[in-house]
Design a protein around this ligand. Structure first.
Ligand code: DQA
Length: 148
């Protein structure tokens, strides 16, 4: 039987990790982050489907496709769309895909517009400010909740 799959969804500008505001987001690139998460996934016996897009509709599509494919859940860093996107909220609710919301930075220590999330109240949980460890916590939580 194929290993259960978790979608790791990265929103706009996260392709620039390592270059973009390293004092806020760190010096790890997106590829390095994905490799680190893949190592954890292998330990836990799950597979990761990595998707990054700067386009809201592509993020919506990735959520719908993950649910249709039977992914066990998603770790979602929707970047700035976290704070604005009713479409992503609707996709997450509409597919009932269990998900953990993750932010590399502590959004509550930043501008007030980042304190608002369109998805926190429908997430299994939210991890903010722990960098890559936040994604790892999200993956572990999904595995524990969904696989047992
Ligand atoms: C972010 C926080 C958002 O406010 C911001 O727009 C991002 C990244 C984070 O990971 O800290 O793009 O989601």
């Amino acid at each position: 039987m194929a290993a259960p799959t978790i979608l790791v969804l990265q929103g706009p500008n996260l392709n620039l990790l390592g270059v973009r505001e390293p004092e806020v987001y760190g010096s790890t690139t997106l590829t390095q982050l994905q490799q680190r998460l893949d190592l954890l996934a292998a330990e836990l016996g799950v597979r990761l489907r990595h998707v990054q897009s700067n386009h809201e509709g592509e993020l919506v599509d990735a959520i719908q496709i993950a649910a249709a494919d039977g992914c066990l859940g998603a770790v979602v860093n929707a970047g700035a769309y976290t704070h604005t996107s009713v479409a992503l909220r609707d996709a997450l609710i509409g597919t009932a895909l269990p998900f953990v919301e993750v932010h590399l930075s502590n959004v509550f220590a930043r501008e007030s517009f980042r304190h608002v999330s369109m998805m926190s109240d429908v997430a299994l949980g939210v991890v903010t400010g722990l960098g890559a460890a936040g994604y790892e916590a999200g993956i572990r939580a999904l595995v524990e909740t969904r696989v047992g």
